[in-house]
Design a protein around this ligand. Structure first.
Ligand code: SAH
Ligand code: SF4
Ligand code: F3S
Length: 491
């Protein structure tokens, strides 16, 4: 008998990939996806703990299921991912009708745990060891890599896929919960990564984004051979069918020259680097334990610009971190002004229990000040993004077409009614003919919207840019006919 699964995913790309793998696993165990919790036998929330807000939203969503569970006690409700590892039993205390709590290192157990619950086995909790819960090798083993299972329908599109090259994080930035919930940093063997990418290419995937919390710290030792991210990029670029390679997120100190050279030399590599800076003040960087200074970050940016002049660099910033003065903040504004990031993700500091910052420093910047700084920094970044995007007007850019734009997707949902189950990713658009607003990305990761045809999805196309705002370029496909002017010129 097929059972119905509903899954909701928040957080970073790691979580999107984990959801893809969980869905693949459960499909193999007789489940099919539905797009509303009401219709589901199993409801899963794949959660994030990076800020308090992300956790509170999950508890609210769980609250909305309380009555449904009362009416139908057979419905299984699960909390998986980072908040499961972070809160463990507390999830059951706050939401006693939850059946299942599974951390990111134990996702492979879900099908069996769900069977046990359905058979009357009661609530189940499976998490990995705490970072101090044993010898390093035991803690490492308790976070299992869960990568070979894939489900095409759960990808961003059938032409794009994430491939995890490492799990965990050992940087322990003082504000950050990730090392606690994702466990020790462990790089995957290159052979596994290449085999996975090859399989994806055989399935028609054109773009691969390599994932790691500090993806450029990737290092795999096998005897006296060490594989670095730069080596991996060279190896992956040999796979036929793969047209583009990206990687996120990079740590500033690990942006080595061999890696920048590889990004420049490997033709398939996107000229796009996400290298979060977090603050423009040395005092703040020290408190955050980022292990670099504003000067060394600036020097790294300079090396990127010298090696790959057209690289698009993006960053993250935290505003209102413990002890941040107006002067500290203005240093961040100045850094954003001079660095000309393609865009920046800006977050208000959110204290996380179990982190060093929460233990050592007071969360002493009032929320209204955090909000004001967030808006101010965002306005500066948006102005820069706008200005830099104007430089694309009239230029021809090559884009990988990802699928219908959000506007087109909304119109389609509306035409189909919202309660229709998703019919298998982008393939569901194959029946659509005629012009459709499509979206793609340039080699430097800029979003381009244009009117196209569904059969162009998955292709790499030249597009002329005729308009731009801070976030999007608007273009039209370059057609190949020779216009009258060209003819007269060539005569
Ligand atoms: N591994 C990546 C990012 C992980 S989390 C890196 O090292 O850059 C993504 C972003 O969330 C971080 O870059 C940081 O800007 C933000 N973040 C992390 N912890 C936070 C907290 N406690 N409060 C607010 N923002 C936070
Ligand atoms: Fe968190 Fe720092 Fe690790 Fe990034 S590098 S995941 S910010 S601890
Ligand atoms: Fe959130 Fe976990 Fe990613 S805490 S940012 S989903 S690694």
């Amino acid at each position: 008998m097929t059972r119905k699964l509903y899954i909701e995913t928040v957080g970073c790309q790691m979580n999107m990939l984990d959801s893809e793998l969980v869905v693949a696993d459960l499909r193999r165990n007789g489940y099919e996806l539905v797009d509303a919790p009401a219709a589901a036998d199993l409801v899963l929330f794949n959660t994030c703990s990076v800020r308090a807000h992300a956790e509170e939203k999950i508890y609210s969503a769980l609250g909305r299921l309380k009555n449904a569970k009362k009416r139908n006690p057979e419905k299984i409700i699960g909390v998986i991912g980072c908040m499961a590892q972070n809160h463990q039993k507390t999830v059951f205390t706050r939401a006693p009708y939850v059946d299942l709590v599974v951390g990111p290192g134990q996702l492979h157990q879900i099908p069996q745990l769900v069977r046990d619950i359905a058979a009357g086995g009661g609530q189940k909790l499976e998490v990995s060891l705490d970072r101090t819960g044993g010898a390093r090798s035991d803690v490492e083993r308790s976070f299992e890599s869960y990568d070979p299972l894939r489900d095409e329908a759960m990808r961003p599109s059938r032409y794009q896929a994430f491939v995890r090259i490492m799990i965990g994080c050992d940087k322990f930035c003082t504000y950050c919960i990730v090392p606690k919930v994702r466990g020790p940093e462990q790089s995957r063997p290159p052979e596994q990564i290449v085999a996975e990418a090859r399989k994806l290419a055989d399935e028609g995937c054109r773009e691969i984004t390599l994932l790691g919390q500090t993806v450029n710290s990737y290092k795999y030792k096998d005897g006296d051979r060490t594989t670095r991210l730069s080596d991996l990029l060279h190896q992956l670029s040999e796979i036929d069918g793969i047209a583009r390679l990206k990687f996120v997120t990079s740590f500033p100190n690990d942006m080595t020259q061999d890696l920048l050279d590889a990004v420049r030399d490997v033709k398939k590599c996107s000229h796009y680097l996400h290298v979060p800076c977090q603050s423009g003040s040395n005092e703040q960087l020290k408190r955050m334990k980022r292990n670099y200074t504003v000067e060394s970050y600036r020097e790294m940016l300079q090396r990127i610009r010298t090696t790959i002049p057209d690289a698009a660099v993006t960053s993250d910033f935290i505003v209102g971190f413990c002890g941040e003065t107006e002067e500290d903040f203005q240093k961040t504004v100045a850094l954003v002004e001079e660095s000309r990031f393609k865009n920046s993700f800006i977050f208000k500091y959110s204290p996380r229990e179990g982190t060093k910052a929460d233990e050592l420093y007071a969360d002493d910047v009032p929320d209204d000040v955090k909000r004001r700084r967030n808006n101010e920094l965002l306005a500066v970044q948006n102005r820069i993004s706008y200005e830099d995007n104007q430089a694309f007007l009239g230029r021809v850019v090559e884009i990988l077409v990802e699928g219908p734009s959000e506007r087109a997707r909304r119109q389609e949902d509306h035409a189909h009614g919202d309660d229709q189950p998703e019919a298998g990713g982008e393939q569901s658009h194959d029946h659509v003919h005629g012009p459709l607003q499509l979206v793609g990305r340039t080699n430097c990761d800029r979003i381009v919207v244009f009117d196209g045809n569904p059969r162009q999805i998955g292709q790499i196309l030249p597009v002329t840019v005729y308009d731009a705002n801070s976030f999007t370029l608007f273009g039209e496909v370059v057609t190949e006919h020779v216009g009258p002017q060209m003819v007269s010129l060539s005569l």
